[in-house]
Design a protein around this ligand. Sequence first.
Ligand SMILES: *[C@@H]1O[C@H](CO)[C@@H](O)[C@H](O)[C@H]1NC(C)=O
Ligand SMILES: *[C@@H]1O[C@H](CO)[C@@H](O)[C@H](O)[C@H]1NC(C)=O
Ligand SMILES: *[C@@H]1O[C@H](CO)[C@@H](O)[C@H](O)[C@H]1NC(C)=O
Length: 471
Amino acid sequence: MGEQRVPLVSLLLAYVVLNQGSCSVSGTNVPGYQTRYVEVQVDHFSFANSDTFQLRYLVNDTYFKPGGPVFLYTGNEGDIEDFVKNTGLLIEMAPRFGAMVIFAEHRYYGQSLPYGQDSFKDPAHLGYLTSTQALADFAELIVHLKETICGTEDSPVFAFGGSYGGMLAAWIRMKYPHLVAGSLASAASIFQFPGITDCEAYSHVATRTFQKSGAGCPEIIRSSWDVIQDLGKTDPGLRKLTSMFSLCTPLTTDDMPTLVDWLVNLWMIYALIDYPYPANFLTPLPAWPVKEACQLITSHEDVVSGVAAAAKLYFNFTGQTACLDISQPYYGGLAWQYQACTEQIEPICSDGVNDMFPPIPWDLAAFSQACYERWKVRPRPYWAVTEYWGRNISAASNIIFSNGDLDPWSVGCVLKSLSDSLVAIVMEDAAHHLDLRPSDPADPPSVVKARAQEAAIIKKWIQEYHSATTR
Ligand SMILES: *[C@@H]1O[C@H](CO)[C@@H](O)[C@H](O)[C@H]1NC(C)=O
Ligand SMILES: *[C@@H]1O[C@H](CO)[C@@H](O)[C@H](O)[C@H]1NC(C)=O
Ligand SMILES: *[C@@H]1O[C@H](CO)[C@@H](O)[C@H](O)[C@H]1NC(C)=O
């Protein structure tokens, strides 16, 4: 049973979901972490529903010294175990700080399903999937930790997160500053909401990342759209496309929008995960995958062959993929699709002139209709700006915003420091939240420097926390 696709790039783009099966309950434990659960309200904001559920969190207290900080990863859209595997910074910093490391799972992902297998059944069960409810879960968890773990009573809590998790890390400090002493929000696109960021900016940065990685590469990609569309008009052309991309199912004219959409997403994802070493974030890829893709794109005589070779690099780096399936979403478990249709409305568009994509306007009405058909809900596109302060976050404090300049999401992030305690760091040659990943000899100097700066700022905030509480 195929999931109905919403043919709009912004929905599919969403964020990086590490694992698709938001319904599947995986029992494997991550080495180095204990699994625990805290009981939380399904609805923190009314008394109409008194149901509760078990929220999962993972703990490593090996380096913890009583009174030392708690480093809390505010989990985003995926099984929390995958974030542990892709986020090395917390545990690497823990010994220096005598810190406890905790990864908290976001409701409706992994094992933290408010209504078990019924969680996705209908809007009545799914409606509690909001960022505000998730932040309240984390707030309750912090209170619970302080009550149940000896030595944490006076501990400052620092929130960490990347991507949507980075937004949550920033927002939890803004909403619950009495519980969270400070945050490291990496690739946190808290400004990527309607009316406060230009929808084309994302496509510009994606194009720039390809430009940096191979001279002429974006130009070839831009020229590929017409060639592909022309091939899609005839039966021999469709057969040629099917064969070049080694597609699992023969392409039809009706599939052409899906193919284009799939390619647009492919390039955007490449830019996102352009890491300097071989990584297995969404899929196994070589070091600097955009450079590798551009090499394939620019070295083929035939435009479509080059594009197809780059697609195969993404889907078949391991050599285990028999055929490519354009109907498979790259990521985006059920739960994230729902979030992207309700409050996480982050417009992305392209014009085909200043970027390498085909012209794709941002069409809220069509988006809303597709969401209604899929989920029986319509977006509240401007609610996030009201709820999370829009662009004027100057009343907040103690948040580090780190950004990689290769990352298209950076356009919606805080790129300039707004005060002494709202500190922006831009890392050159870095992709999506590279600073949070385990350190690696191939990390660019900007990332090594950013991590040192982040640690120094957190150290300062810990001192400030203790001098404020002992006064
Ligand atoms: C905590 O993490 C460290 C570093 O990965 C590891 O050496 C240690 O065994 C872990 N602690 C527990 C209790 O598993
Ligand atoms: C994936 O790579 C293997 C090994 O090179 C190859 O046999 C297979 O045909 C490739 N699959 C696709 C879809 O290109
Ligand atoms: C931003 O908000 C602060 C108070 O939170 C206010 O003093 C300031 O005028 C606002 N700035 C803008 C540009 O709206």
